[in-house]
Design a protein around this ligand. Sequence first.
Ligand SMILES: [Fe+2]
Ligand SMILES: [Fe+2]
Length: 188
Amino acid sequence: MAEELLRIRKDLSKKLKKERLEHTIGVMYTAASLAMRYGADIQKALTAGLLHDCGKYCSAKEQIRLCRKYDIRLTGSELEMPALIHAKLGAYLARHEYRIKDQEILDAITWHTTGRPGMTLLEKIIYIADYIEPNRRIIPGLVEIRGIVFQDIDRAVYLSAKNTIRYLSESGKAVDPMTVSTCDYYRK
Ligand SMILES: [Fe+2]
Ligand SMILES: [Fe+2]
């Protein structure tokens, strides 16, 4: 593995809880597999996968505090749903702490939770790798998505967004408008 990735991985292993780290490694290798299948840059997929949850090393309250400190603008729905905040914070930390300059990687981190319409291939890869990585607890629809993602990544993105919306609605939680836009865009 490239030296830079090893350095980042070592740092994250000190910061992230064990389960989060396992998930992170799962996303990293799942993203690399998808990059092989779809002809994306494997190193970028590994890097974005490794860093996608780096903003989750602290509590939601602390994440909000850091966003204020670093002047990261949060939307109303992000403040309402603090589970979303780590994506923007993560992209900031990737740039400033882990010295990642590649905008494609930073965007993949930024959009990994909600997705967005018209995602780049790398954005789709990280979005879906986060959803299907092997350590994920089995939830309804996951087996189907794992079964089609290597044939049709756009459909896998659509089904993940749809499942996320259903899960949030059924648990009485708010749904970020961007997740709805992602679902609408990839519905075919
Ligand atoms: Fe995340
Ligand atoms: Fe994640």
